[in-house]
Design a protein around this ligand. Structure first.
Ligand code: 2NL
Length: 334
């Protein structure tokens, strides 16, 4: 039995291993070899059995000792490799989110109106008929109030509804506060509509109200022109066209010079040079009375405009459906 020769071979192999896997393989191989030697012992004489038995035990011990030692060395090495930290490598950047374009426009609009002395007010999205319709002088048979599919209002249980404009927020404010008033109410509003490139069932609006002793349409024009100039960062012309709303008298549509072509005529303004930006008027005396404000003492203008539409004009967004698409290719541009 060439135990000594085998011993040298095994120890050399262990020394040369480079990985834990390789070491384990060599160790198993050596154990098998030792098993073979042990089996061969049976055939030997007692004297020889004693001699070789001792040598085998020594080999076993030596093998285990070397195995443990080498294992530790290899383990240390892999640990070092894992813990290596390159301080010169550039850091991993955290992906930053961004504001939704409507939020950007809402924030900017609020900032401008605040600097013009208006207070920002908020109110509930779920409303009652009084604040959304009756107080605004909208008669019970008005088509917008139709509970059938023809109407554009989303009705809920117990005569509640989703507000169709933020006028309701201004009514709530007038019920609790005495004039003079200078407020704007931004917020989400809801209307039953067939969704297409310019219509959604949920969109953003901003309404404003200024009430004092001698407020006129001239004040409205000045405020609106100043707002639009700051918002679009260029000189803007506005045009008032006679119109009708139950909550204002007189009432008008507010057109702005086309932000795409500057008034020359293009696809967006249908070659007219003007774009509809919202509506406005002098608050109807009945609306004041509904809020316990004396219309003989107070007067003022009110206006409403679509923040969603304003966002589309400012960033030249061709389709309203992008806003709720959740598409990062769209959102990351802002
Ligand atoms: C539009 C038209 C308008 C108002 C909103 C208003 C509010 C109160 C009293 C009187 Cl509390 N009026 N709001 C007035 C005229 C027009 O909005 O086209 N909006 C997008």
């Amino acid at each position: 039995m060439e135990i000594k020769k085998e011993k040298a071979k095994i120890l050399k192999k262990i020394k040369e291993t480079k990985s834990l896997k390789e070491l384990d393989e060599v160790f198993k191989e050596a154990q098998n070899e030792i098993k073979n030697f042990t089996q061969k012992l049976k055939k030997l004489s007692l004297k020889q059995r004693k001699k070789f038995g001792k040598e085998i035990n020594e080999l076993k011990e030596k093998l285990e000792k070397e195995y443990r030692a080498k294992k530790q060395v290899l383990q240390e090495k892999t640990k070092e490799k894992k813990e290596f930290f390159d301080v010169t490598a550039p850091g991993k950047k955290i992906e930053l989110g961004s504001f939704h374009p409507i939020t950007l426009v809402k924030n900017r609009a609020e900032e401008i109106f605040q600097s013009l002395g208006f207070e920002i007010i908020l109110g509930p999205e779920i409303e009652d008929e009084w604040h959304n319709f009756d107080a605004l002088n909208i008669p019970p048979d008005h088509p917008a109030r139709d509970v059938l599919s023809l109407g554009k209002t989303f009705y809920l249980e117990e005569k509640k509804l989703m507000r169709s404009h933020t006028s309701s927020v201004q009514i709530r404010y007038m019920e609790k506060n005495n004039p003079p008033l200078k407020i704007v109410a931004p917020g989400k509003v809801f209307r039953k509509d067939a969704i297409d490139a310019t219509h959604e069932i949920e969109f953003w609006q901003l309404e404003g109200l200024m009430v004092d002793k001698k407020i006129s349409v001239a004040n409205f024009k000045a405020i609106m022109e100043e707002f639009l100039k700051r918002f679009f960062e260029k000189e803007m012309k506005i045009r008032l066209r006679p119109s009708y709303f139950p909550f204002t008298e007189p009432s008008f549509e507010v057109d702005i010079s086309c932000v795409i072509c500057g008034g020359k005529g293009c696809q967006t303004c249908k070659e007219s040079g003007w774009i509809e930006a919202g509506g406005a008027g002098m608050v109807h005396p009945q609306v004041f009375r509904n809020c316990k404000i004396d219309p003989k003492e107070w007067q003022g203008f009110a206006f409403g405009m679509g923040l969603t539409r304003l966002t589309m004009l400012k960033y030249k967004i061709p389709d309203i459906r992008y806003f709720h698409s959740g598409d990062l290719r769209f959102l990351k541009q802002f």
